[in-house]
Ligand binder design. Structure first.
Ligand code: ARG
Ligand code: ZN
Length: 879
């Protein structure tokens, strides 16, 4: 394992890198000329050897200052090359390696995707291209020459500016690129292939004309428009919101079909998974369109938060990822509906990050050790990291936050820094803000989700309301003891008339606001509000002001009241979710005790009210109508009752569908017409509201609902409507089920991303035959175990199927273990992402635990187990 405490600056700096790629089938030659210099930070230590990282390559020659070394001169390890200390303060090192990108199934380093070469270097892929100090605190200026056969690879791209190009012998051609900005090697990129592009322009506020291009495989040119619009919006937004401008004359995006993650922010040459670029109304859903907007923005924003200022080491990953996710969340909130975006972000945080925080792979936002850094591109580093940024924003206010950001760039532009440096900039830019920053730092250091228990006491005589908050943080692996966190609690008190009351704490005489941020810093703290005329209902953690779990003894009446009256949209939604969870878990308990499950009419009626208000804000209504997911409900149980949760949730859905049949049909029809296709918040809202209604009608087995669903599947023009209908049909027992699935596959067999949806729908259907079907689909002509998107759709889809993956007979676990073992040999990163579905195995009953353990041990005993999979399996078996 690698530990944060062992960090030491490199003995040598690399100022310049001159790379030459000779791309050839079977053997690609890479020549690397490095201009190195002793690191002044380690002066006085005497001559130090140059230790370079490298793996999976053939080393051909090494020369220092133009003198060829013999193999006796240097030491080659399985993952390193040690060159004896050069005599001078500076030296030139030239290394030639041979690599085979065609055989690279791990999709890390230089690899081929449908005939085109591309790279993925973050985190440590550059060491599979050439020997190098593969660490982000080594920042250099790059020049790159790429040569390849012209007919097969007409497009040859790298970072920075195209400075020269020409023909060479045998039908080959070359380009030369120069990137003026120093960068760590993880931001290096190369693309070579038969690609077409669309082009647009953006003029920065200081007048720089930037050429924007999106490169795709021929045939996809008509699916790039939304990504291009998103890019231009991002560039404008970053100028307006952060004062950050683009710094080159060219910005390229390349979309590739085989990509482990979503996308990569390589300097001026972003490489994207096609999933986050390609969209046409008939092929992509509203969620896809929004995902593209967010990821294009995310990668663009990295140009400053990640590239201009980068990470000192990989423990600091959240320095760039938490910040950049927060920035893309702010951007999407500004482009669409802010409350809807916030709710969706919190849903995701709870679904995946809270689950991670509660299991054996829990780790702090700034981890302290890792075996394989690729395992730490997690919801904790990304999404919880973004919550930490949001808390700075809450504590400092928009203006104070911006002052901190400005100071961060003033101090650190061009540097590789730490989350402590970031915190220091925020603190130093806001000397008047009284926050205990040492305590705030614990958000980076302590893993786990804090639980805040609250209690309110109203004193009718004294007209005071006392809110008592207690926080606890459970032990996580390696962290048995925790200290209290600094928790910002944005809150209000809702009076009996539904209006927010003025908030004046005892002893204050300043004018009272109706909303404020309390700072919970102790294990237990009380806040007494004065002049409270009647008993209020507290609205706590408005806008989800801290990533915690709140436990407050609200009555069903309080929750219904907040659903209707809270001035904070997030908490109106939250009250409904809390109530729904309470009702469903009550039914689960009834079922477990052998009692009949009876859905309380009060809850069904409260949901009906949300339906009545659907016309006001359709997107919000769709969210207010949706029930907590099975996996989130599972997190609320000591031992997850897989079948009980499924049965109870289905029963509630059916009751809502039956009781509100007419209102649902009406809302469906009211929102059916969204006019000419648009992804405006209004149009998306109408579709999501309509489809939420359809889901309830289907859950109730309503005849008219089924008819509408079939009709929607057969006639809708947009993919959102088609796929929602197909999903509902696939999940039902309708006789048309197989025909609809077959018709869809027949229509879309040529569109890889659409077929991904088809695979995942079947993998997530809660049918008893799902595991069989998924096994059969592994041999479908459109499936490939080597394509990450396909694996995420079919295997990942299945592992998120709450009932079928956790089938009591262990068949789901055995299926997943087989795939993990198969993927381990091909693509360790993808294998590791898949094996994480086992991590929470101890939360299930004894029979399931036993079945999961057998599979985890089987994986653990696989020969040549990758570091990636080993780390997750070992932690899962330990924790
Ligand atoms: N920095 C990229 C992003 O946030 C993610 C790349 C991660 N890749 C990996 N193999 N770990 O968009
Ligand atoms: Zn990122």
């Amino acid at each position: 394992a690698i530990h944060l405490r062992d960090y030491a600056p490199p003995a040598w700096l690399i100022d310049t890198v001159d790379l030459a790629f000779d791309l050839r089938e079977g053997a690609t030659l890479v020549t690397s000329r490095l201009g190195i210099r002793r690191n002044p930070a380690r002066a006085g230590e005497g001559p130090q050897p140059l230790v370079l990282d490298g793996q999976d390559m053939e080393l051909l020659t090494v020369a220092v200052d133009n003198r060829l070394l013999t193999s006796d001169d240097y030491a080659q390890g399985p993952e390193s090359l040690t060159i004896p200390a050069p005599a001078g303060e500076t030296a030139t090192v030239e290394i030639v390696t041979r690599i085979k990108p065609e055989e690279n199934t791990a999709l890390e380093g230089l690899y081929k995707s449908s005939g085109n070469y591309c790279t993925q270097c973050e985190a440590e892929g550059f060491r599979k291209i050439t020997y190098f100090q593969d660490r982000p605190d080594v920042m250099a200026k790059y020049t790159v020459r790429i040569e390849a056969e012209r007919a097969k690879y007409p497009v040859l791209l790298s970072n920075g500016n195209l400075v020269d190009q020409g023909e060479s012998a045998d039908g080959r051609h070359w380009t030369r690129w120069d990137d003026p900005w120093p960068k760590p090697c993880y931001l290096f990129a190369l693309v070579a292939g038969k690609l077409v592009h669309i082009e647009d322009h953006f003029t920065t506020r200081s007048g720089r004309d930037v050429t924007l291009r999106i490169y795709v495989e021929p045939g996809n040119e008509d699916k790039c428009g939304h990504a291009m619009e998103s890019l231009k919006k991002s560039m404008k937004w970053d100028e307006d919101a952060y004062g950050l401008e683009y710094d080159l004359d060219i910005f390229n995006i390349v979309a590739v079909g085989d990509f482990n993650m979503g996308a990569m922010e390589n300097k001026s040459l972003n490489v994207f998974n096609t999933k986050y670029i390609l969209a046409r109304p008939d092929t992509a859903t509203d969620m896809d369109f929004l995902g593209i907007e967010a990821v294009v923005a995310h990668e663009y924003f990295h140009n400053w938060t990640g590239n201009r200022v980068t990470c000192r080491d990989w423990f600091q990953l959240s320095l760039k990822e938490g910040l950049t996710v927060f920035r893309d969340q702010q951007f999407s909130a500004d482009m669409n509906s802010a409350p809807v975006k916030r709710i969706q972000d919190v849903q995701r945080l709870r679904q995946v990050q809270f689950a991670e925080d509660a299991g054996p792979t829990a780790h702090p936002v700034r981890p302290e050790s890792y075996i394989e850094i690729n395992n730490f591109y997690t919801p904790t580093v990304y999404e919880k990291g973004a919550e930490v940024l949001r808390m700075y924003h809450t504590l400092l206010g928009a203006a104070g936050y911006r002052k901190g950001i400005d100071l961060y760039f003033a101090r650190h532009d061009g540097q590789a820094v730490t989350t402590d440096d970031f915190l220091a900039a925020m603190r130093d830019a806001n000397p008047d803000v009284s926050v205990d920053w040492e305590q705030f730092r614990r958000w980076y250091a302590q893993a786990g989700t804090p639980v805040v228990e609250g209690e309110g006491r109203y004193d009718a005589d004294a007209k005071t309301y006392t809110l008592t908050l207690r926080q606890t943080l459970a032990p996580t692996p390696g962290q048995p003891e925790k200290l209290p966190m600094l928790v910002p609690v944005a809150m209000g008190l809702v009076g009996q008339d539904g209006q927010d009351l003025p908030l004046r704490l005892a002893g204050e005489d300043a004018p009272a606001a109706t909303e404020r941020v309390l700072l919970l810093t102790e294990a237990e703290q009380s806040f007494t509000f004065t002049g409270v005329a009647s008993k209020p209902v507290p609205s706590l953690f408005r806008g989800f002001s801290a990533p915690v779990k709140l436990r407050f003894a609200y009555t069903d009446g309080d929750l219904t009241f907040l659903m209707a009256n809270d001035s904070d949209a997030f908490n109106r939604w939250e009250a409904g979710q809390t109530l729904a969870a309470k009702i469903i878990l009550g039914l689960v308990a009834d079922r477990a005790a052998g009692r009949d499950m009876v859905v309380p009419q009060g809850f069904v009626a409260a949901l009906g009210k949300a339906l009545d208000r659907a016309g006001e804000d359709t997107s919000f209504a769709a969210l207010a109508l949706s029930l907590p997911t099975e996996s989130y409900l599972g997190q609320l149980m000591e031992v997850i009752d897989v079948d009980g949760i499924h049965a109870a949730r289905d029963l509630v859905k059916a009751a809502i569908g039956r009781t509100h049949r007419n209102a649902l049909l009406k809302a469906y029809r009211d929102n059916a017409d969204t006019g000419p296709f648009s992804v405006s918040p209004e149009a998306i809202g109408k579709r999501s509201c309509k489809n939420a209604c359809l889901a309830y009608l289907m859950a109730a087995g309503d005849e008219e609902g089924r008819r509408l669903c079939l009709e929607q599947f057969r006639t809708a023009a947009g993919m959102t409507d088609v796929i929602t209908a197909l999903m509902l049909i696939a999940d039902s027992d309708m006789p048309e089920r197989e025909d609809c699935l077959a018709a869809f596959a027949d229509k879309w067999k040529g569109e890889a991303l659409v077929m991904d949806k088809w695979f995942s729908i079947q993998a997530m259907a809660s049918h008893p035959d799902t595991v069989k079907r998924v096994t059969a689909l592994l041999s479908h002509p459109s499936f490939s175990i080597r394509n990450p998107n396909k694996v995420y759709a079919l295997v990942g889809g299945f592992s998120s199927n709450p009932v079928c993956f956790h089938a009591a007979d262990g068949s789901g676990y055995a299926f997943l273990a087989d795939r993990v073992i198969e993927l381990n040999a091909l693509n360790p990163q993808v294998a590791s992402r898949m094996v994480k579905a086992f991590a929470r195995w101890r939360k299930y009953d004894g029979e399931r635990q036993a079945a999961a353990k057998v599979e985890l041990e089987r994986i653990a005993h696989t020969p040549n187990l990758s570091r990636d999979v080993y780390e997750i399996v070992a932690r899962s078996l330990e924790g």
